[in-house]
Design a protein around this ligand. Structure first.
Ligand SMILES: *[C@@H]1O[C@H](CO)[C@@H](O)[C@H](O)[C@H]1NC(C)=O
Length: 231
């Protein structure tokens, strides 16, 4: 009898323990690249918080939640043939703390939104015009599998947070897509720019070994002009 009574109590303790470990499993998500802590004595010179300071609610108007002109095609006459218009918290202040943002992406014929990462946001993309070859690559533990698809008008694809992904306009006409991102400031790391165009440059010996090529291949890549297609 005693044993029988003990089981439900033990079980409920286990369930409670699991529930509380899930509830406190992670820190709050960062809202920018870093948030360096300041000492209490330095607090007066501290200007940055995790996110933005909040405007007095009494001063907030509809315009804080508003943006006009996302119907306008963007200029794609750069080497990549693409142009990303990000509507994040920097463009729409009302997005602060809301965990969501939007982007319009224009592609010239054969334009590419090159392999990149959003460190803080999952992306859901819908094609409004044209044909896009899209894909993302999973982590090493998942054997870097490529998930790829050709999308036509009306097709939707999801890029999970933190995974390398791209969109390529396979067609002979312009393409347009809109994307929702699960962050007020999802961030962008374009792989080629980060690796070959860092400031200062990564020691070419590091990249020569990493990519297992001749050093002059790396030096040429480091001399190249790497356009950033994000606005
Ligand atoms: C994107 O288009 C806008 C407006 O058309 C233009 O001002 C901007 O320079 C373009 N950006 C790139 C990277 O081409």
């Amino acid at each position: 009898m005693n044993k029988m009574k003990g089981v439900p109590i033990f079980l409920s303790l286990v369930v409670l323990g699991l529930a509380s470990s899930i509830a406190s499993a992670s820190d709050p998500s960062p809202l920018q690249d870093f948030c360096v802590a300041v000492k209490d004595s330095e607090i007066e010179s501290a200007l940055f918080v995790n996110g933005k300071f909040c405007k007095n609610p009494k001063d907030v108007t509809a315009n804080d939640f508003f943006f006009q002109g996302l119907d306008k095609p963007r200029d794609t006459s750069n080497p990549l043939g693409s142009n990303v218009t990000q509507l994040n918290v920097d463009k729409i202040a009302g997005l602060n703390t809301l965990g969501i943002s939007l982007a319009r992406i224009d592609y010239a014929p054969h334009g590419l939104n090159p392999p990149h990462i959003h460190p803080r946001g999952t992306e859901i993309l819908v094609v409004i015009e044209g044909t896009l070859e899209v894909g993302f690559v999973t982590s090493n533990q998942d054997e870097n599998r490529l998930f790829s698809k050709v999308l036509n008008k009306g097709d939707v694809f999801v890029f999970p947070v933190g995974l390398i992904h791209f969109q390529f306009n396979r067609g002979y006409t312009n393409a347009v897509a809109f994307a929702g991102l699960s962050s007020q400031n999802a961030g962008v790391i374009t792989i080629a720019n980060a690796v070959f165009d860092s400031d200062p440059r990564i020691n070419p010996d590091v990249l020569t070994k990493a990519f297992q090529v001749d050093k002059n291949v790396i030096e040429n890549l480091q001399k190249q002009f790497w356009v950033d297609n994000n606005n």
